[in-house]
Design a protein around this ligand. Structure first.
Ligand SMILES: Nc1ncnc2c1ncn2[C@@H]1O[C@H](COP(=O)(O)OP(=O)(O)OP(=O)(O)O)[C@@H](O)[C@H]1O
Ligand SMILES: NC(=O)c1ccc[n+]([C@@H]2O[C@H](COP(=O)(O)O)[C@@H](O)[C@H]2O)c1
Length: 377
């Protein structure tokens, strides 16, 4: 009983009661180029941590991709980044995409995005539409919303205006110290008015960083650090690199995002048609009807053999099975005494651990076209 009494005292002292935790809307800003599982997980971590305090109740999370005007290296158009987010968020009932920031033709500092968001949330409470109207608008956030510049509606109960908190990784927090990157007054506004939820990231030390910053120390009560104990250093940069190199990104991104990337040939995947999915079954058949494509370059006399996971790839030249192609290659190398050379040729193939998969990427065999054809046929 004593414990409970002490606890309720503490909550009263903080200006809260167990019955009325502060409602929180989490806003994450980023490039989302592309959105990774870690971007999504950040929201889950933050929600759990805030709800567990008993002082807060997270009611919604919004992801706001930066506009094309940010001009970050390798940034694909906002249209694609929004679509990938939309696909990734289909599985969540509380996370949503906000296209307002990405729709602007100029880059918007994060403080301004937060201010805009705060105004939107507050205006929804002052002019609260009827629940039926709100429900109607809620799932209507399509790419065309970019033109409408509206913020998705927030499902709320009661009259308490939620607080908008900024969710970020510890690396973003530490970027506050980069000269010229953030305005002092913006940092003060973000931390002082909204507050931060910071997810730890490898190589960062947010506590030390806060200690070393006067402005962050001043508002340290408004900063909640959430430790990610399940070490996870996925970053969009690493994902783009893997895609560019034709490496699998499965289980790092949502499958729907991988499908979108492949369909639109983003991040250099047009050169690497095999980007995921293709785990052969134990009997040697690839799981998703792989196809191989033989292509020869008449000018150089070289041959490229490319595995494709798409069942309809638009080519009509002969298709080899995965197994046959692998075997053929293994036979060819010793016969022709041609070793893979690193700077010419392009052969992508996979074989298995128990049976097939070994993945050989971007290895080029200097084979004469005639010789290759003779052996392949
Ligand atoms: N693995 C991670 N752990 C913690 N925070 C992360 C992680 N990945 C991204 N974030 C955070 O997600 C937000 C959006 O970041 P952004 O889209 O720039 O992702 P990124 O993966 O860091 O991108 P890039 O690698 O392209 O710089 C930022 O606040 C960033 O700190
Ligand atoms: N001064 C600022 O408001 C400021 C500076 C740098 C990055 N950001 C934001 O941080 C987010 C992540 O940016 P990066 O992908 O460059 O880490 C983006 O939404 C970007 O707009 C804001």
């Amino acid at each position: 009983m004593k414990v409970i009494n002490n606890m309720s005292k503490m909550l009263v002292w903080k200006g809260c009661t167990m019955a009325s935790p502060t409602k929180i809307v989490l806003l994450g800003c980023g490039s989302y180029n592309p959105v990774t599982n870690m971007h999504l997980r950040m929201f889950e971590l933050a929600k759990d941590a805030l709800n567990k305090t008993g002082r807060y109740q997270v009611i919604s999370g919004f992801m706001s991709p930066v506009s094309d005007a940010y001009k970050k290296k390798d940034l694909v158009p906002a249209k694609h980044r929004c679509e990938m987010l939309r696909a990734a968020l289909k599985g969540s009932d509380w996370l949503k995409l906000d296209t307002w920031e990405s729709s602007l033709t100029t880059w918007t500092p994060t403080a301004k995005v937060l201010r805009h968001y705060k105004e939107q949330v507050e205006s929804q409470y002052v002019h609260k539409p009827s629940p039926s109207k709100r429900r109607k608008k809620l799932h209507n956030n399509t790419v065309s919303d970019i033109a409408q510049n509206h913020i998705p509606n927030i499902e709320v109960e009661g009259e308490q205006v939620p607080c908008v908190k900024f969710l970020c990784g510890a690396d973003l927090l530490e970027s506050f110290a980069q000269p010229g990157l953030w305005l002092e007054e913006d940092i003060e506004y973000i931390v002082g008015v909204h507050g931060l939820v910071v997810i730890t990231r490898s190589g960062s030390d947010p506590l030390k960083f806060i200690y070393e910053s006067d402005v962050l120390t001043k508002y340290k009560e408004n900063i909640i650090i959430v430790t990610e104990w399940i070490y996870n250093d996925i970053s969009s940069t690493k994902i783009r690199r893997a895609l560019r190199r034709g490496e699998s990104v499965k289980y790092l991104l949502q499958d729907s995002v991988i499908d979108y990337i492949r369909e639109h040939q983003l991040y250099g995947t047009s050169d690497n048609k095999y980007i995921n999915h293709m785990m052969p079954s134990p009997n040697g058949e690839a799981g998703s009807s792989p196809e191989t494509e033989e292509q020869s370059s008449s000018s150089s006399g070289e041959i490229s053999v490319i595995l494709r996971s798409s069942p309809h790839n638009g080519y009509d030249s002969s298709h080899l099975t995965l197994h046959r192609m692998t075997t053929t290659l293994e036979k060819l190398s010793p016969v022709t005494k041609l070793l893979p050379t690193h700077n010419s040729s392009k052969v992508s193939c996979i074989s298995d651990l128990g049976m097939l998969v070994r993945r050989v990427k971007n290895v080029r065999y200097n084979l004469r076209t005639t010789l290759a054809r003779q052996h392949l046929n």
